[in-house]
Ligand binder design. Structure first.
Ligand SMILES: Cc1cc2nc3c(=O)[nH]c(=O)nc-3n(C[C@H](O)[C@H](O)[C@H](O)COP(=O)(O)OP(=O)(O)OC[C@H]3O[C@@H](n4cnc5c(N)ncnc54)[C@H](O)[C@@H]3O)c2cc1C
Ligand SMILES: NC(=O)c1ccc[n+]([C@@H]2O[C@H](COP(=O)([O-])OP(=O)(O)OC[C@H]3O[C@@H](n4cnc5c(N)ncnc54)[C@H](OP(=O)(O)O)[C@@H]3O)[C@@H](O)[C@H]2O)c1
Ligand SMILES: Cc1cc2nc3c(=O)[nH]c(=O)nc-3n(C[C@H](O)[C@H](O)[C@H](O)COP(=O)(O)O)c2cc1C
Length: 602
């Protein structure tokens, strides 16, 4: 701390800073020097008015943003908690301080609901952000090619529009706790410094008045309840109470109904939420990996969060070994100096690298380029963390008290002379039995909820495992006596072998609770029939339900189905509403704005 001085240093206009940076630095210096001159009379730093914004699809960014808002409020700041969904760049330009937490989806895109905000931001001639100072936390998963891309893009876009980045962006991988903590320390340090440089009265007094209103205003009680007990770091060990195939023995695929007991636990959920399962790698593959590496499973290795575990435990429970990422190939190739791999890593070889990593895992590297790794620590350092798998809950808390049901498609395929399986879905299929306990927690999905007005009709489009949340919705609406009409579009490969939950659905249809059930069995004839074809067949009725205020829900495969269904919805609106392409797009956007078009796709 500088000693007492009579003059406060000042950054001149000619210094190489923007007006915003100069103002901040001058304030900062003034703050430091005024404290130095009269430490005994210093008042507590005044509050800042800060907006916490999040871009979230499955709730992680939302949860962190909520925590942050509370912490800011508890430190005396005026914190407002808002989604970027429905927010406008113009509102952001009017903010003084913004903390943004943003997750990435698709091909490095924003969460669906945030796309309109980002499109607007990217339009030319958008307002400059000279008044805005921001901090950004990006959420992602390094198993994806475009790691944290939306957060990175948003960070660069805001800076390029003149906003002042208060500290470097922090990117979070699968487990955000540590980087979130690191980011918070950086931002709290900056915020306290900024607050200290502001006059103690005036603006602060106004802010303090606002404070009492906004820190708790947008806090849904139910979300608080769900944030409670069981999390990824403290999962509930749920016993399996039912495991049965929903597909027939002779089907070309296996889909399972898995039910867990959560009786007596603190686990609670709402229809629409997902159940996260912490999986375990296949023990035989772990044995083969250790054998090929000539490492002992007993050797102790260090994991993040200062955990020391035997290598075998690390490979079984903590590290991802069945998928390859660029980072893994890079680390392996660098240690081993493997020319073919180094060649694949050149930027112009990206498509070949994608093809190489698509259906290979660590074990393939070990066979193709043997004797590279000598130190277990190098292995641990190159492997990403094993991520929890999410399953849309197919039960209803009202109808299935004390239980959570899931509907799981078992992933199996053969590549490079090896039978392979998805880590979690084969754990369900091959390595778990009733009474086994599996670590689970709830991933809330506040964007995928039944309409509050139970008289509102709903249209549900869920082929394959996309049926899961709709089974939950139907049971919930029936148990609670909702009078709104219900329409389900379901599709699978074949009626005889893959009609998931057939009896339940037919019985709900028979007693008129399920108003309409339209089915698309893709492989029962010589050309494919999909759910969107059934939607088109019923276009006038779909339009009439929409006119009656129906909510539309889509769940299941993101890569093809959800895009094709979305395109069909646009076509139906165009045809039936007599609208041109742009007007139909506006209509569909208005459905989203009114929270009447929801997607839960993966
Ligand atoms: C919000 C949400 C809800 C979900 N709900 C459900 C649900 O209700 N039911 C459900 O079954 N799933 C659901 N999923 C998907 C689920 O989380 C898992 O991703 C899925 O079960 C696969 O996990 P796994 O561990 O078995 O496979 P992983 O070990 O993750 O392996 C899958 C990977 O294997 C590779 N692969 C798969 N097939 C092939 C092939 N033919 N050739 C080469 N490589 C291949 C691909 O790289 C693929 O990414 C949901 C996902 C999300 C995000
Ligand atoms: N590798 C595996 O063994 C395996 C097994 C199960 C699931 N999966 C993956 O897991 C995810 C979910 O699988 P799921 O069991 O829920 O079923 P799914 O694979 O999504 O299939 C469900 C139904 O949707 C049809 N479909 C395919 N493309 C479509 C499109 N563009 N529009 C509308 N419908 C379409 C399928 O038909 P067709 O299949 O006849 O085209 C099938 O009838 C998918 O991403 C899938 O790739 C992989
Ligand atoms: C379908 C799907 C696609 C994803 N795509 C990416 C991606 O391209 N890049 C990335 O870094 N993370 C990707 N992720 C990981 C999420 O960004 C990450 O899990 C994040 O913590 C989710 O935050 P949210 O719960 O707030 O939506 C994807 C996740 C899912 C389920």
């Amino acid at each position: 701390m500088p000693g007492p001085v009579s003059h406060v240093p000042f950054i001149p206009d000619s210094a190489p800073f923007t007006a915003e940076q100069r103002a901040w630095l001058n304030g900062f210096l003034a703050g430091i020097y005024s404290h130095a001159e009269s430490p005994m009379t210093a008042e507590p730093p005044p509050a800042l008015k800060i907006t916490v914004l999040y871009a979230s699809q499955s709730g992680t960014a939302e949860g962190l943003a909520r925590k942050l808002t509370k912490e800011l409020a508890s430190r005396g700041h005026v914190a407002t908690f808002l989604p970027l969904e429905g927010y406008t760049p113009a509102s952001l330009a009017a903010e003084r301080y913004a903390l943004l937490i943003a997750s990435t989806y698709g091909e490095g895109d924003p969460p669906d609901a945030v796309q309109p905000f980002y499109n607007q931001l990217c339009m030319e001639h958008f307002p400059r952000f000279e008044n805005l100072s921001f901090f950004l936390l990006a959420l992602g998963d390094s198993n994806y090619e475009h790691f944290c891309k939306f957060g990175r893009d948003l960070d660069e876009k805001l800076a390029s529009l003149g906003a002042f980045r208060m500290c470097e962006r922090v990117d979070c991988d699968v487990d955000p706790d540590e980087p979130f903590g690191r980011w918070k320390s950086l931002l709290f340090k900056s915020i306290e410094e900024m607050a200290a440089t502001r006059p103690a009265k005036g603006a602060a007094a106004t802010d303090a008045t606002l404070s009492s209103n906004s820190s708790t205003a947008s806090e849904p009680e139910q979300a608080k309840r769900k944030m409670a007990a069981h999390t990824r770091d403290n999962p509930f060990l749920a016993p399996i109470v039912e495991k049965r195939p929903l597909t027939h023995d002779v089907s070309s695929k296996l889909t399972l109904h898995m039910a867990f007991s959560v009786e007596g636990s603190a686990v609670t959920y709402e229809a629409g939420d997902a159940c996260a399962v912490i999986p375990q790698n296949e023990p035989r593959l772990v044995e083969e990996t250790l054998h090929k590496l000539k490492f002992s499973g007993e050797v102790l290795v260090q994991l993040p969060k200062a955990r020391t575990v035997p290598l075998q435990t690390a490979l079984l429970d903590h590290l991802q070994i069945t998928r390859l990422t660029r980072k893994m190939v890079q680390a392996y190739a660098t240690i081993g100096g493997c020319p073919p791999l180094l060649d694949l890593l050149r930027p112009e070889q990206q498509s070949h690298l994608d093809a190489y990593t698509w259906d290979r895992g660590l074990i393939d590297l070990l066979y193709e380029f043997p004797d590279v790794l000598r130190d277990p620590a190098d292995l641990v350092a190159m492997l990403p963390k094993l991520s929890p798998r999410l399953y849309s809950i197919s039960s209803s808390p009202a109808a299935h008290a004390g239980e959570i049901h899931t509907t799981v498609a078992v992933v199996r395929y053969r590549s490079h002379n090896r039978e392979r399986g998805g880590v979690c879905s084969t754990m369900f299929a091959d390595r778990s039995k009733p009474e086994s306990r599996l670590p689970i927690y709830i991933q809330p999905n506040n964007k995928f909820r039944l309409p509050k007005d139970s008289r509102r009709p709903i249209i549900m489009i869920g082929p394959g495992t996309g049926i899961a949340p709709f089974r939950g919705f139907l049971h919930e609406r029936r148990t609670l006596g909702a009078s709104g009409k219900n329409w389900l579009f379901f599709g699978e490969r074949s009626a005889a072998t893959d009609f998931l939950y057939r009896e339940e659905l037919e019985s709900m249809q028979k007693d008129n609770f399920l108003t309409r059930l339209d089915l698309a069995f893709s492989r029962d004839q010589d050309h494919k029939i999909y759910v969107q074809d059934k939607m088109l067949e019923q276009a006038p009725l779909v339009w009439s339900w929409l006119q009656d205020g129906a909510c539309v829900y889509v769940c299941g495969d993101a890569t093809r189905m959800a895009k094709d269904v979305d395109a069909m919805l646009h076509t139906i609106v165009e045809q039936q509403g007599g609208l041109n392409r742009e007007a139909a797009a506006d209509y569909v956007q208005s459905l989203k704005d009114q929270h009447r078009y929801h997607r839960d796709v993966y």
